[in-house]
Design a protein around this ligand. Structure first.
Ligand code: GLN
Length: 484
């Protein structure tokens, strides 16, 4: 049963083969059985079963939609009233929000059953999930390897089938990189599509919610309920509702797939290169045309990102002062000391590193040299994509230069950790939709991801291309050993 796709589960629920309570119980049992992966930070059986019962009632009354009764879990960056919301930080240990993130509410309104909250890097800062205060998540394909980050809990949980789908967030690659490392489908929509209301802020001009699941078709189905205008989020885009699966099974022959020359440099591991090239050939066999394009400023993505993201995080994280909510240090003489101690004890190494960099690049005298310059180069990266999309419909390339690395391998070397997002950061800086789909395995059995990027608001086309690849191949159906 746990191996069924969301579409199969949905059909079974409609046909009364099983109930939402049965499905929720099965996945809750799996979450407990595989707790060694450390994917979940909070579960609450009673709450989940109550939601499942409500879903069964809706199904019985024929008021259901295709997602009613399907379990979901949320990255612990989305605030929830039913579960703790920690952002992977000591700063928010035991924090319970008085309201739900809009995305959580949207999926709950569709009848999805929340199974709990998923581990992540502290305030979504990281590429390996080793920056979580609650310990690292293990990669279900090989427990000595990282699941990727920062949405490592979401990726590991979907890959081990502890839940059929999970929300995640992507600021510089945190949906695509862990999806690639764990062999699942992960999609980040256009900036402004997913409400940021109730999504704990890291770098507001980059943060974007998205989904992890087994296939592009499932992602489209979930997007239909999850995305949409939200007046509570000032950067939310007001567009008419659309069917994100409208390109599925459309004839996509003649579409032009742009291959960025800069994405196949010497840094890329040979097994990854071979898998990506085979995937591109498969798209060509499906009738699409491959053309070479150039994204000449993409190599500036990492330096630009590591000025802008810390700058925004230093501002966003200033709210954690021990006064209003979250952790408060004990033993202090006065307010200043209380704030100082709270922040020293509550934040881990990586947020502290970024707060310091961010404060520096925003300080008088350095603002123009670093922050302003980074914003100007960000515009050049955006312009690269605009020119590229004049010639092609979708851009394809690797997600990462290598497969999942070993736990502990990069944690002491922040610069090499930052390099993990070389191919994902440009799309984040531009705010375009992008995704990762499984396209093969290394000789040691670790998954490899193919990255697809679309023009603004062209998620449907993006998902259509991914779906045509998934019709031709079965990589997305593979599951790690030892999860039954
Ligand atoms: N790995 C990147 C970082 O540490 C991206 C994180 C993310 O997308 N949330 O900032």
């Amino acid at each position: 049963m746990f191996a069924k796709t969301i579409l199969q589960l949905s059909q079974g629920l409609q046909d009364r083969q099983f109930s939402a309570v049965e499905i929720a119980t099965l996945f809750l049992d799996r979450i407990e059985k595989f707790s060694n992966l450390n994917a979940f930070l909070d579960i609450n059986r009673d709450t989940s079963l109550k939601q499942a019962k409500a879903a069964d009632k809706r199904l019985a009354e024929r008021r259901a939609n295709p997602l009613t009764g399907i379990p979901i879990a949320h990255k612990d960056i989305f605030v929830t009233t039913d579960f703790k919301s920690t952002a992977g930080s000591k700063m928010l240990a035991n924090y319970k929000s008085p309201f739900n993130a809009t995305i959580v509410d949207n999926l709950q309104s569709a009848g999805m059953v929340s199974l709990g909250k998923l581990n992540c890097d502290e305030f979504a800062m990281g590429s390996s999930n080793e920056n979580s205060f609650y310990g690292p998540v293990l990669n279900p394909w090989d427990k000595e390897h990282v699941p990727g980050g920062s949405s490592g809990g979401s990726a590991a949980a979907v890959s081990a089938r502890l839940v059929p789908a999970a929300t995640a967030t992507d600021t510089g690659g945190s949906i695509r990189e862990p999806a690639a490392f764990c062999g699942i489908t992960g999609v980040k929509p256009t900036y402004g599509r997913a409400s940021r209301w109730g999504m704990i802020a890291f770098a507001s001009s980059l943060d974007q919610g998205g989904i992890m699941c087994s296939s592009a078709e499932e992602a489209g189905l979930i997007f239909n309920s999850m995305l949409g205008f939200d007046s509570q989020d000032s950067t939310s885009v007001d567009r008419p509702p659309e069917n994100f699966n409208r390109y599925i099974d459309k004839d996509l022959k003649e579409l032009k797939i742009g291959i960025p020359r800069e994405f196949f440099d010497s840094n890329i591991d040979n097994e990854v290169r071979v898998a990506i090239q085979a995937a591109l050939q498969a798209l060509e066999h499906a009738g699409m045309n491959l053309i070479e394009i150039t994204l000449p400023n993409s190599h500036l993505g990492i330096p630009v990102y590591y000025v802008i993201a810390p700058a925004e995080c230093s501002s966003n994280l200033s709210r954690y002062d021990g006064v209003r909510y979250g952790y408060r240090a004990e033993d202090h003489e006065n307010l200043t000391e209380m704030i100082k101690k709270t922040r020293s004890e509550g934040f881990g190494k990586e947020p502290k590193r970024r707060i310091m960099i961010g404060t520096y690049v925003l300080s008088q005298g350095y603002y123009d040299a670093y922050y302003l310059k980074a914003q100007q180069v960000r515009q050049l990266i955006i312009n690269d994509f605009s020119s590229a999309f004049l010639d092609c419909d979708i851009i394809a390339g690797p997600v990462t230069a290598e497969t999942a690395f070993k736990l502990g391998d990069k944690i002491k070397d922040p610069l090499s950790m930052y390099q993990s997002d070389f191919y994902t950061i440009p799309a984040s800086l531009a705010g375009i939709p992008a995704m990762s789909i499984p396209c093969g395995f290394s000789s040691t059995g670790l998954p490899i991801g193919l990255q697809l990027m679309g023009n603004y608001f062209e998620e449907a086309k993006l998902l259509g291309v991914a779906h045509s690849y998934q019709k031709l191949t079965d990589w997305h159906t593979k599951m790690p050993d030892g999860i039954s």
